[in-house]
Design a protein around this ligand. Structure first.
Ligand code: NCD
Ligand code: ZN
Length: 356
């Protein structure tokens, strides 16, 4: 058995569903999934019920995360039409401001141009703004960010026209960063024929083979890899009107390593995208005495029923994955070993704790 030691992975985009939808996931199960997948820090999205858009909802979520999370975490704040000033005041306590500009799961949504401009104008220029933006909305975000003199991060880029536009904007020196998910690197719209419509529903939608290839050939324009871990129950996915989203924390690393084996990316470039770039972008503290040990050659078959996520399913059911996390050390403590999550609920720290 070979052992490869890597820094703890960072995922800038997860949905751990607490509060409001703990039948799908909560901090205890979601951060167990994170550790099992080799992630020692995850940044949690604000599309909860209720959405995290003000001091009250943020404080309630901070309290839940503090008592339940097993790995380190940060919270992103949600942008609404009426919280421009409130958001600005809460910036020190969160890892970013998330703007939902296109259709996805939950009611948190910004529809008008004026709100986009106001949020980008008022949110502190040295703190990250993250946009769910697809198609033409990507262009709108990049322009408004440029005009307001700030950075913008485009979440889960999935299409050729989007990644090429971002690459061109970067070449012009515009301050835009982006992330891509493992599922958009590996799956296309045809995959619905394999796992069915409901299970394959995700935002952004699975795209075409040309899009998948374009993501792979534009790696230098992709700053971060992020799972967009978005668990829903099997019953919800198999019912009429299935909610979009895939669990992804426990299958991400072997898929990222597959990109290395396929020659799409080097291991150093991978580590930049799953550790150093997200740490810099989201201004995360260093995690001392933190690393993961993986067996890069171990083959294992993915079984949803064996995963830590409460959703207990995966779009990659039955796939043979190569590369497995054996051990996770988090701040000097053994947090995971060989299938067992050892860090207790409450062990995880809020990366912005000193501000809240
Ligand atoms: C996410 C969810 O379920 O919260 N769903 C998804 O398909 N990605 C929302 C999101 O990230 O857009
Ligand atoms: Zn998401």
């Amino acid at each position: 058995m070979t052992t490869l030691k890597l820094p703890g992975l960072i995922d800038g985009h997860v949905h751990l569903r607490e509060p409001g939808a703990t039948h799908k996931e909560d901090y205890v199960t979601g951060t167990a999934a994170a550790l099992a997948g080799g992630f020692t820090c995850v940044l949690d999205m604000p599309n909860n019920t209720p959405p995290i858009t003000n001091a009250e909802t943020l404080a309630a979520k901070q309290h839940l995360a503090r008592s339940h999370a097993r790995c380190d975490y940060g919270l992103h704040l949600g942008a609404g039409a009426d919280n421009v000033q409130t958001a600005q005041a809460l910036a020190p306590q969160v890892t970013g401001l998330k703007l939902y500009l296109d259709q996805t799961f939950g009611p948190l949504r910004l529809d008008d141009l004026a709100s986009l401009v106001q949020h980008l104008e008022r949110w502190p220029a040295d703190r990250p703004v993250l946009c769910h933006a697809e198609g033409r909305t990507v262009a709108a975000c990049i322009l408004v960010a440029h005009l307001t003199g700030r950075q913008v991060h485009i979440c889960h880029v999935s299409r050729q026209d989007e990644i090429e536009l971002i690459r061109r904007a970067k070449e012009k020196g515009l301050n835009v960063t982006c992330e891509v998910t493992p599922h958009h690197f590996f799956l296309t719209d045809e995959f619905a024929n394999t796992i069915g419509f409901g299970r394959s529903e995700v935002r952004p939608r699975l795209a075409q083979e040309a899009d998948r290839q374009a993501l792979r050939s534009n790696l230098e324009a992709i700053d971060c890899f992020a799972t967009d871990h978005a668990p829903h129950t099997r019953a919800e996915k198999d019912a009429p009107n299935p909610p979009p989203g895939f669990p992804g924390l426990e299958t991400a690393l072997p898929l990222y390593l597959e990109l290395v084996r396929e020659g799409v990316i080097s291991i150093e470039q991978l580590i930049d995208r799953v550790v150093y770039n997200p740490r810099r972008l989201f201004q995360l503290p260093d995690q001392p005495e933190t690393w993961i040990e993986i067996d890069p050659d171990e083959d294992w078959i993915v079984r949803g029923s064996e995963l830590q996520t409460r959703a207990k399913w995966t779009p990659f059911e039955g796939w043979t994955m190569r590369g497995r996390v054996r051990r996770v050390m988090l701040r000097g403590v053994e947090a995971y070993r060989a299938g067992e999550v050892l860090a207790p609920p409450g062990f995880g720290r809020d990366v912005r704790a000193s501000a809240s």
